[in-house]
Structure formats: C-alpha cells, structure tokens
Write a protein that binds this ligand. Structure first.
Ligand SMILES: *Cc1c(COP(=O)(O)O)cnc(C)c1O
Length: 383
C-alpha cells in the first residue's frame, strides 16, 4: 500500500493565474491570499504572475521571506494581531497593513512611532452592501472582522500618530459569482470614495469555486469588465483584489488507494488510505470532493468490488465525519484502485487536522496528477 500523495500541477497553476491576470485591467493589482495554499512551489510559481501577496500571520511572513526573499508582502491582514505581529509586519516592509479595529490602529501607530516610520494602512470596514439584482445584503452584520463604518470614519478623521490611512479594505463574503463580486466591488468603492475620500480600495477575495462542477470557472473576464467600469468612474483609484481559493483550488490533487470495499446495510463504502486528516476540504465545506477512479490494471487480485452504483468514500479515521465523498455514481471500485480527488489545491492539506490519530502524512510531488494516477494504477499492487 503506497502512501497518499498530494500532486501540484504547477504548469496548470501558471496557465490559470496568467489567464486571471490577463482578464483584469492592467491597473488592478492582483494579490494572492497566501492562506489558501502557502506551499513554497505554489508561491514561487505565482510570484512572476501576481502583483503581490496578502499575508495574515507571522508564519506567513516567515514563509514569504524564506521562499521569496526580498519581496515584501503587499498586505498583512487578520483579526487579533499582537504587537509582535504588527512589529513584524512593519519590519518586513509590508506595503499595506489592514487594520481591523480602532484599538489595533492605535497600537500600530505607537509601534510605528517607536520604529520611526509611519505605517501605511487600509481600514477593514464591515460595510453593509446591497447587491443589485440579488435580494441580498452582505456585511453590516455583527462580525469579528473589520470595523463598523462609523468607527472607520472616526479613524479617518482623527488618525492616531504614526499611521497614514490610505484607504479601505473590504472582504465581505466568499463564494461570489462574477456578477455579484463586480457589484460588491462597485458598491465598496462608491462608499470608500464618497465617505472616506479613499484613494485606495482592496475589495477582497471570495470568488466562487464550484466543487460540484470541476470544469466551471469564475468568470474572470466578466469580473474584469466590471472592475474596468469602476476604474472608469474613479480614474486614478488604486484598486486591489486578493483571491485565494479561486487561484489555487484547481492545481492540487490528492491521490490515494482503496484499502477496502464493503456493503453496509445496503450501502457501498469505499475505504481509502489517508482521509480528512490529509484533505479536510470536503468536511470543512460540507461538499462531496469530486474524484476520478483509476482501476488497478495489474495484480489487484480478486478483491471485493462495488456494483458501480453510489458509494460513500471514507478514510482511515475512527470518526463518522471522515467522509471524502458521498453518493457518487462512478462505476465499479475495487481494492487497489487509485482515486484521484480533484480541486485539492486550496484550503486542503494546510487546514487539515494532521495529527489526529497520528497517521503518516501524505507525500508531495509536482507534475500532472492524471498521468501520475494512471501510472500508479498500472503498477502491481503492493498490498
Ligand atoms: C481568506 C481571505 C481572502 C481569500 O479568500 P478566498 O475565498 O480564498 O478567495 C482574502 N481576503 C481576506 C481578508 C481573507 O480573510
């Protein structure tokens, strides 16, 4: 039995990221939200394509310094920044610090005064935004993220010593399609310019990824057109976006082997090596992770096999929550077959509870996941 493997398709990632960059107006700065996948190969692949990186912890600052020395992150964000975090962001030369509360702004100002250089900040505002066409209001509800509009206005009118408030940051929701994301961006900019006189606006990430349809993609061209309209209305505005999931989700795959197949009270269960301690995405998001079956071509033996109907794919953890996928009609699956779980390139290994049950970690490779899975299935089974 081989260990499960994460495969990053770096060529595919570069192609996808270049298409995103090309779809957005040149003036829009494309930042990658490192928290989606901080893998060093991923960061190195994106470095020549994106305009910068959004970080949200000292660990991410360290990762950036190790992998891309000399390239200061474009943004530092996150709720609950300690003085040590803020000082590290100042020392790292982060371009914009996104401030989440008036008290945080005062602490940052004091540190910047002590350091002798002003801190350039965007205020993260929890803005109520009505999306035209959709009976939907985003933001404006109690949240640990960002500050209320009235607090933001107060921070702009009376900034503490040591800070230069340059504009507004708003990351209000995730899973937005292009029309909604464009409408939200326009509404955020409108408020920021009118109320705060902002010259800079970061409209956040949250572009939709549809796990039920692996071929679907966020409409970056349509979103780019909406942002172009915003720039036409506000010439000279410095406009940033900071997607994570929609950039890297498609470049990662999780490959693993079937250990056991059984029927339980009328339903087929497929038990694979590894599980949600390696790939927590489906458990965290509550979706079935899409997968492809590579039948073992040689040496699999006459082990049990499903009848080709719906299955529940589970891992090796002693908990009923260790479900990777459910009720997918995928054809027969037998012991030794290789399963390729697609869309495992964002919020996947890095959000997984890797020490639960102390199973071995997966391996990590780069290349074409489909070719790797086919090659694996063609080898004699070692179990
Ligand atoms: C997580 C996060 C992002 C990235 O969100 P995605 O849904 O991965 O695009 C961007 N900005 C902020 C402030 C975030 O917290």
């Amino acid at each position: 039995m081989s260990r499960p493997v994460y495969v990053h398709d770096l060529d595919g990632l570069a192609t996808h990221a270049r298409a995103i960059r090309a779809a957005l107006p040149r003036q829009v700065e494309l930042l990658y939200a490192v928290k989606a996948n901080p893998d060093p190969d991923v960061l190195r692949t994106l470095a020549p394509i994106v305009d910068g990186f959004e970080t949200a912890s000292r660990g991410e600052l360290r990762r950036m310094a190790e992998v891309l020395p000399g390239r200061a992150p474009a943004a530092y964000a996150g709720p609950g920044k300690t003085d040590e975090d803020l000082a590290a962001a100042l020392t790292a030369g982060v371009d914009r610090i996104h401030v989440e509360s008036p008290a945080e702004l005062r602490r940052l100002g004091a540190l910047a005064v002590a350091a002798g250089t002003p801190a350039r900040v965007l205020l993260r505002v929890n803005l109520p935004v009505e999306a035209p066409g959709a009976s939907l209001i985003m933001g404006g509800r109690p949240s640990p993220f960002g500050m209320d509009p009235t607090d933001a206005l107060e921070c702009v009118r009376h900034p503490p010593p040591g800070v230069e408030v340059r504009g507004v940051h708003a990351h209000l929701a995730s899973g937005l399609d292009a029309a909604l994301a464009g409408a939200v961006a326009a509404a955020v900019v409108r408020w920021s310019v009118a109320e705060v006189g902002a010259g800079e606006v970061d409209v956040g990430g949250g572009m939709a990824v549809d796990y039920a349809d692996p071929a679907a993609r966020f409409d970056w061209v349509g979103y780019g057109r909406a942002l172009a309209d915003v720039l036409d209305a506000y010439p000279g505005l410095r406009l940033r976006v900071e997607p994570g999931r929609s950039v890297t989700a498609y470049c990662g795959a999780y490959l693993t082997e079937v250990i056991d197949v059984k029927r339980s009270h009328g339903e087929w269960f497929v038990v694979v090596a590894g599980g949600t301690h390696h790939l927590r995405t489906p458990a965290a998001k509550g979706h079935p992770q899409p997968f492809t079956v590579y039948r073992r071509r040689y040496g699999g033996g006459p082990g049990p096999c499903t009848d080709g109907g719906p299955v529940t794919v589970v891992g090796q953890l002693c908990t009923p929550k260790d479900v990777l996928s459910r009720s997918s009609t995928v054809g027969p699956i037998g012991v030794g077959d290789v399963l390729l779980f697609a869309m495992a390139g964002a919020y996947a290994w890095n959000i997984s509870h890797r020490d639960f049950l102390l199973h071995d970690p997966p391996e990590f490779r780069t290349g074409d996941p489909d070719r790797m899975a086919a090659g694996w299935a063609a080898r004699p089974s070692r179990s």
